[in-house]
Ligand binder design. Structure first.
Ligand SMILES: NC(=O)C1=CN([C@@H]2O[C@H](COP(=O)(O)OP(=O)(O)OC[C@H]3O[C@@H](n4cnc5c(N)ncnc54)[C@H](O)[C@@H]3O)[C@@H](O)[C@H]2O)C=CC1
Ligand SMILES: O=C(O)[C@@H]1CCC=N1
Length: 268
């Protein structure tokens, strides 16, 4: 079993750690989690994870390193770990938005194999859509990354220039679909359901809609056509939403997120 060190164990780092252990691919004892404030990791230490607030020490024995700090924390952390990194033997992965493989190699070592990965928080329940890209990692290391992220959802390799787009569509996308479900449940309350029933009903309906596309390899409009009876209530509601900019709002939101994702990291 490979040894993994996650630098920056916040929302994403912890979701990844939980998902990998749940999948059975990793034991908690083979994952080291770092954070500045160790107290925030005590629950994880009691579950068998190794915890540390010393990034330089924590990366020394790792086969795979996952950088999961915020973009504005990257420069300081890379300076800190550089003397402990072995570019010959370690694989460096990063989930940080807007930080390219080149940015990391410039700060660390030019021959370090780097894979940029963009998962989403559904990784905690093995349902992530994960995109990854590299400009120098070996096929063997790419297979390792694919195996790792396929056990916690679905992963695909993409061109690196599309990573900020993948961030918007898939990583930010979790929030966009959650807000849609929340809005649907609020509508549900207005038409007569208690809030917790409305939320469960909206979430299960969203899950069914997604599964129609994934399991039948169908297109949204094909499935929509099956719901919209002529002169019926679905087309009336759907058109009302479109008159209010439903599709347009989602498209504009994704474009804005993709733009911001590319501006999050500032080189020193
Ligand atoms: N939250 C999400 O849905 C996703 C986040 N990402 C990326 O993951 C990265 C982390 O995002 P979040 O987990 O949301 O942020 P977060 O703020 O929850 O996590 C960052 C963690 O890094 C720790 N940290 C800061 N400085 C550190 C240091 N010097 N040493 C060790 N730990 C340190 C913080 O204490 C915090 O726990 C970001 O770069 C983000 O772009 C990528 C995909 C999805
Ligand atoms: O909001 C953010 O910047 C991070 C990256 C993608 C999801 N969360």
């Amino acid at each position: 079993m490979k040894k993994l060190t996650i630098i920056g164990s916040g929302n994403m780092g912890l979701a990844l750690a939980k998902g990998l252990v749940k999948s059975g691919l990793y034991k908690a004892s083979s994952i080291t989690l770092t954070r500045r404030n160790l107290g925030g990791l005590s629950e994880y230490a009691s579950q068998g994870f190794i915890t540390s607030n010393n990034n330089a020490e924590a990366v020394k024995d790792a086969d795979i390193i996952v950088l999961a700090v915020l973009p504005q924390q990257v420069n300081k952390v890379l300076d800190e770990v550089k003397p402990s990194i072995n570019p010959e033997s370690q694989l460096f992965t990063s989930v940080v938005s807007g930080v390219t493989c080149k940015n990391i190699k410039e700060k660390l070592y030019p021959n370090l194999q780097v894979v940029r990965v963009m998962p989403n928080t559904a990784i905690a329940i093995q349902q992530s859509m994960t995109c990854f890209a590299t400009d120098n990692a070996s096929e063997e290391n790419l297979s390792l990354v694919k195996e790792m992220f396929d056990t916690v959802g679905v992963s695909i390799q993409i061109q690196e220039e599309l990573m900020t787009s993948a961030t918007a569509l898939c990583a930010c996308g979790i929030a966009f679909f959650l807000r849609s479900i929340r809005a649907a449940s609020q509508g549900g309350v207005e038409v007569g359901f208690h809030a917790h029933d409305a939320l469960m009903m909206a979430a299960q309906t969203a899950k069914g809609a997604a599964d129609l596309l994934l399991q039948l390899a169908s297109h949204p409009e094909r499935e929509i056509d099956k719901v919209t009876s002529p002169k019926g209530c679905t087309i009336a509601g759907l058109n009302e939403m479109e008159h209010n900019g439903f599709s347009s709002a989602m498209i504009k939101g994704i474009k804005t997120s993709a733009k911001i994702a590319g501006e999050l990291y500032v080189k020193e």
